[in-house]
Design a protein around this ligand. Structure first.
Ligand SMILES: [Mg+2]
Length: 306
């Protein structure tokens, strides 16, 4: 039976490869200069107007100055909510409560680039004319604090922002499960990605705030709304699973894609993961108690006895 022949299967793979001469490359690096080099290779190969650089925020463009409120702190809290809901370390009883705490810490705290020359390296790419898209799991409720910290650290990602056919500045649903094609997605993909009903997202000043949704799906939905298609995309994220999801979504579309698992903060993330967390717990309790003392409505004093 020819259809069961491994040689035949190999041939099919080769023919498909010739039909769609694209590649998906995965890299792990703590050096953003590798991203710059790959982007420049794509520019040389496809032309500057055909290349898009897509960037995550937390632990990629920005890292928290404090462990409390950092991306690793948030991941740990999310883990506790799911696995140890009675943990005394928890700052909230549920996910919306955790988001409120994170919002407070984003507002009060400050951030820095994981490597000091990162804004400069991104500036170099922008100077070549390459368009950029910041793709973050942060929701729109954190836009003010996010924009403030990006600006404070010398990033201007609005000037190179991917252009969309229509404004997406006000909250919109990136896809509709009943009309996936309108977002450039297929039913098979939606099943593979385990997509749930979409949550509202916004895209403004080059920053796409997606409220924790599947980054592969978010990128496809955004590219479908872009003014032009791109032949090559470079994607950078500190979370391996986001890189894999984006590579998987793009390579089936004939886009030449390079995914970078950016490791600059990895040692700090690991150190936090294996620490006893007593410092961050104590800090949170002090902050929480202070705020409650100042802002919580006090019980009205009992009326004096007649
Ligand atoms: Mg991140």
């Amino acid at each position: 039976m020819i259809f069961r022949s491994p040689r035949f299967l190999r041939l099919v793979v080769v023919l498909l490869a010739f039909a769609r001469p694209v590649a998906a490359d995965f890299y792990e690096t703590p050096e953003f200069a590798d991203v710059v080099a790959r982007t420049e290779e794509y520019v040389a190969k496809y032309g500057v107007d055909q290349v898009l650089l897509v960037l995550d925020i937390d632990n990629t463009l920005l890292a928290s100055d404090t462990a409390l409120g950092s991306d690793q702190w948030f991941d740990w809290q999310e883990y506790l909510l799911a696995q140890e809901p009675d943990s005394p370390h928890l700052v909230a009883d549920d996910f919306p409560g955790l988001l409120n705490a994170q919002g407070l810490l984003f507002t009060l705290g400050s951030m820095h680039p994981p490597q000091a020359d990162l804004p400069e390296l991104i500036g170099e790419i922008q100077a070549t004319g390459v368009k950029t898209l910041v793709l973050t799991s942060r929701g729109d409720e954190f836009r003010t604090a996010t924009g403030r910290e990006l600006r404070a650290n010398g990033y201007d990602l609005a000037k190179s922002a991917l252009e969309t056919k229509e404004s997406l500045a006000t909250p919109f649903l990136p896809y509709d499960l009943d009309d996936l094609a309108a977002a450039g997605l297929s039913t098979t993909e939606a099943e593979a990605m385990k997509l749930k009903p979409a949550k509202a997202a916004t895209y403004r000043d080059g920053v796409f705030m997606t409220a924790g949704q599947h980054k592969g799906a978010m990128l496809i939905a955004m590219l479908h709304r872009a003014k032009q298609p791109y032949k090559a995309i470079v994607y950078v994220d500190d979370h391996n699973h986001h890189v894999v999801r984006v590579l998987d979504a793009l390579m089936r579309r004939g886009v030449d894609v390079s995914g970078f698992h950016y490791l600059r903060e990895e040692n700090l993330v690991d150190a936090f993961r294996y620490s006893d967390k007593s410092d961050v717990s104590r800090q949170w309790r002090r902050l929480d108690q202070t705020l409650k003392r100042i802002f919580e409505v006090e019980e009205p004093a009992a009326a004096p006895a007649e």
